[in-house]
Design a binder for this molecule. Structure first.
Ligand code: GUN
Ligand code: FE
Length: 426
């Protein structure tokens, strides 16, 4: 038997689809060559000699996926919640991000973010850095060493930003992006570059055109923000009068799905045309409910997206969201959906715990490929959770335990973590 085969035993829980949660008490989860071989009630004979880790009655679930988080904003999470998006960016975010011009500052701050992400239940993340290439590579060096699998973006912004942060021109922004992408290819295996135009107000047409060329040349995915806040949407209408709707302002440049794998954060105010285009183009939505509350943006119609069969995952959106935990994002997704149902639209029923769990695992995981489930052939991302602090685990069914964990978890409850078959050290 190959060394790379491992067996975990415990109370197993994973999603096959939005409405289908599989649970198995005292089950066996087998990893072969970094992929899930299967989940079994009884261990098949052929795995009899394989090293087995018995986690007793701890929960074993797929690693969680954060589809949208800002690493440089980690230092001020949980503060500055008094302003809406555009003022919040100008007053708090841009001045803080500008500090990453200084690599010493990045070397002090980014390890805090990476250590906390490594200790959390998250195994995959799409991360915004800042416009600065050296600081972005400091972040990527740390992530590469962490064992996590991430996509990281050097941010592009060549307009509507203060002089101290705005890039000199579209050409300079594009040129630095190309050099950074080439460097990433040499330096990293598990930390991939993702194009990151901050949002339409921050990027000129010339920059978008340049980014499309870079996207095609290097076959890159893309992340950005979409239809988050009402003032932002009005501003995009002024800036791009030709665009049919906000998402069209990206699509006109070929930066909205199809041959450009795309994840757009928020989509709080996406109208029917935007929803249809996201569906046609296969755009992923990063639903960030805590951020939408903190920055007073609104409540995204997640049920509507799911009914349409769109790709949806969860994002912490730190520092719009205060908490890096995707369990917390699940809780907020459920709570926000209930408020929306009660106050806005009773035709869109709230999310269940199992549905929120799907979004935080397989829903977002699909952006990384076969990730976020324990179906055979999925990449072996698993976390082991000790919920004995909050209950006698044997008294509740796994679904009930999972639901309680979403609401009551603490970071120290994560007992082991595997990413693509490799166990991360604590
Ligand atoms: N839109 C453009 N930039 C940002 C950001 O940093 N955070 C959030 N929440 N929205 C944005
Ligand atoms: Fe964001």
């Amino acid at each position: 038997m190959e060394q790379s085969t491992i067996v975990l035993k415990g109370d197993i829980c994973y999603s096959k689809s939005l409405g289908e949660l599989t649970t198995l008490e005292q089950g066996f989860l087998v990893c072969e060559d970094g992929l899930v071989a299967g989940v079994y009630e009884r261990l098949p004979e052929r795995f009899a000699g394989v090293p087995l880790q018995d986690f007793g009655h701890q929960l074993i679930i797929p690693g969680l996926v954060d589809l949208h988080v800002h690493a440089p904003q980690y230092s001020y999470r949980g503060m500055h919640m008094d302003l809406e998006l555009l003022d919040w960016l100008n007053h708090y975010t841009f001045p803080e991000e500008a500090k990453y011009t200084d690599t010493d500052y990045a070397r002090k701050r980014y390890p805090v973010f990476v250590d906390d992400l490594r200790r959390s239940a998250t195994t995959r993340a799409c991360i915004f850095a800042t416009v600065h290439v050296p600081a972005t590579e400091i972040l990527m060096d740390l992530l590469e060493r962490s064992g996590l699998r991430t996509m990281v973006g050097k941010v592009n912004m060549d307009r509507n930003a203060p002089d101290y942060l705005c890039e000199e021109s579209a050409e300079v922004s594009a040129q630095e992006t190309v050099e950074w992408v080439k460097d990433c290819r040499k330096r990293y295996r598990n930390t991939k570059p993702i194009l990151t135009p901050r949002f339409t107000p921050s990027c000129t047409d010339a920059l978008m055109e340049n980014l499309k060329m870079i996207q095609m040349r290097y076959g890159l995915p893309l992340q950005s923000h979409l239809s988050e806040n009402l003032s932002e949407i009005e501003w995009v209408k002024e800036l791009c009068p030709q665009a049919e709707f906000y998402g069209d302002a990206y699509d006109r440049f070929g930066l909205f799905g199809v041959d450009c794998p795309t994840v757009m954060a928020h989509c709080v105010y996406s109208d029917e045309r935007e929803i249809r285009r996201m569906k046609e183009n296969g755009v992923f939505i990063a639903h960030c409910p805590e951020s939408n509350m903190n920055v007073s943006s609104g409540i995204a119609p997640v049920r509507r997206f799911l009914e349409e069969g769109l790709h949806v995952g969860l994002g912490s959106d730190v520092a719009g969201g205060a908490d890096l935990s995707i369990f917390t994002a699940m809780m907020h997704a459920i709570q926000a959906s209930k408020l929306r149902w009660r106050l806005v639209d009773e035709s869109l029923r709230p999310l269940s715990a199992a549905e929120a769990f799907y979004l935080g695992t397989k829903g977002g995981g699909a952006f990384f490929g076969k990730v976020g489930s324990f179906e055979p052939g999925y990449e072996f991302d698993a976390v082991v959770l000790d919920d004995s602090r909050i209950a006698d685990p044997r008294e509740y069914k796994i679904l009930d335990r999972l639901e309680r964990f979403i609401y009551l978890h603490q970071e120290q409850d994560v007992k082991a973590k595997y990413v693509a078959g490799r166990e991360l050290q604590k």
